[in-house]
Design a protein around this ligand. Structure first.
Ligand code: AMP
Ligand code: ZN
Length: 432
């Protein structure tokens, strides 16, 4: 196996041994903060003997990070901190994530490792089409690509025509792009009459938001590339936590740097191996602001068996959604990704959709606005009605309730340059 870092070759036993050492160091380090000193005092087992003891350690929740904003979880003088990022939450205090020089270095190395794993090398020309600024998908991925030695273009988000011009003029071979933006950009390519398959593009890193296999396939087909799922969150540095290898069969968590667990989102207890639950992560190498057992709110599971690539770092299934995104309608639990999977498997369906939850009187219902592909949006009402009813039936079979499906013109739904907003809950607003 070609590798970027020797830790990619570690056996399970060696990985666990390394995790134990790093976890002990982390536990020692976090005691410098009053928050963790107290949390560890209150928990059942403040010391650590082995990885098996981890479920006895306290969790850290998003609200803890908010309460400790801005520097409550810092383990070193502020003068030694070199960067700050923030997570994308929209309500309450933001969460500030602080990085030392060593943290930035480890993070760039982890990111370079991901890119190397999917076949990128120093001769690649890389365009980062995600927003810079506080969002970690900008600088985080940027420094990874530079670490690998790529010519790195900090294109940022938006300005689609300019993006396409740079892709062409610089013979860009690899990009980072948020999946919903990749779909939007495909319609700009069509408008400009440029076929992306005739460019030099070979690989894309796609991530930062939940997306289905169907979306990946659309992206791969339209651009004529391989697209690899990239997962991360600011609380754990940012991207570079888990990443697909060339087998495209689950995301390897870099277990030498992060300790993953899957727990029941209600009880917080570990779920049986292989079952879906909430991903909990502990940072093992962070220096400025280590975080213990962070409740990510992301739902996934460990994939069974070994990966064809030979790496022993365990694999996560693609993120099914966030615990907070689960829709409960008429007593049925629905994940937005179930809806997306159906929509994106229908050839006439275009690049964008939005799920609205509404209440009329006491009745709750789901309305799905779906963009139809140019060319399929015909004048003939009978054809459109036929399509509408086909989509409705397929959705009902999957989610067990009948949504109202509105077909809309291509490009008519609001576009986002960052993470897409897929679910709009209008139930409180329409009440009464
Ligand atoms: P932020 O810290 O603001 O960058 O947001 C991190 C969150 O983005 C994660 O907790 C996930 O909910 C989401 N996310 C990031 N990457 C992925 C991915 N590849 N698939 C699904 N969701 C993702
Ligand atoms: Zn693999």
């Amino acid at each position: 196996m070609e590798y970027y870092h020797k830790n990619e070759l570690l056996s399970r036993d060696a990985l666990v041994a390394l995790q134990e050492i790093r976890l002990r160091n982390t536990l020692e380090r976090i005691r410098k903060t009053a928050f963790y000193r107290k949390a560890l005092q209150d928990c059942m087992k403040p010391g650590l003997c082995s990885i098996e003891d981890v479920p006895l350690l306290p969790f850290t929740e998003k609200n803890d990070l908010r309460a400790q904003y801005p520097t409550g979880l810092l383990t070193m003088p502020l003068s030694q901190v070199e960067r700050m990022h923030a997570s994308s939450g929209t309500t309450g205090n933001p969460t500030a994530i602080l990085y030392s020089r060593n943290d930035l270095n480890t993070w760039a190395d982890l990111m370079a490792r991901c890119m190397h794993m999917i076949g990128m090398r120093s001769h690649d020309i890389f365009q980062n089409m995600s927003g810079y600024g506080l969002f970690t998908g900008g600088l985080g991925i940027h420094y990874g690509a530079e670490r690998l030695g790529c010519l790195t273009i900090p294109a940022g988000a938006g300005n689609s025509r300019r993006q396409i011009k740079m892709l062409r003029d610089f013979q860009v071979s690899s990009v980072h792009i948020i999946p919903s933006y990749a779909l939007h950009l495909s319609s700009v390519f069509t408008e400009m009459g440029i076929d992306p398959r005739e460019l030099c593009l070979r690989t894309a890193l796609i991530g930062a938001e939940p997306h289905t296999e169907e979306i990946r396939q659309r992206i791969e087909k339209f651009y004529g590339i391989k697209a690899y799922n990239s997962y991360g969150l600011s609380e754990m540095n940012g991207p570079g936590v888990a990443f697909e290898c060339q087998a495209q069969d689950g995301l390897h968590v870099w277990e030498d740097a992060y300790l993953p667990e899957i727990v029941d989102p209600t009880t917080g207890k570990p779920v049986p191996e292989g079952e879906i639950g909430e991903l909990v992560l502990t940072s093992l190498c962070r220096e400025a602001m280590p975080i213990l057992r962070y409740r990510t709110r992301d739902l996934t599971r460990f994939l069974p068996g070994e990966c064809a690539c030979g790496r022993k770092h365990r694999r996560l299934d693609r993120i099914l959604g966030r615990c907070d995104d689960m829709i409960i309608l008429k007593g049925v639990n629905i994940y937005p990704m179930q809806v997306e999977k159906i929509l994106m498997s229908i050839p006439e369906v275009g690049q964008n959709y939005v799920i609205e939850l509404v209440r009329e009187g006491f009745l709750e219902s789901m309305r799905i606005k779906v963009e139809i592909l140019e060319g399929c949006f015909v004048e003939d009402m009978r054809v459109l009605r036929g399509l509408q009813s086909r989509i409705t039936h397929l959705l009902r079979d999957e989610i067990l309730i009948t949504p109202r499906v509105d077909l809309v013109q291509p490009g008519s739904l609001p576009k986002s340059e960052g993470k897409a907003l897929r679910v709009v809950d209008l139930r409180t607003k329409t009440q009464g």
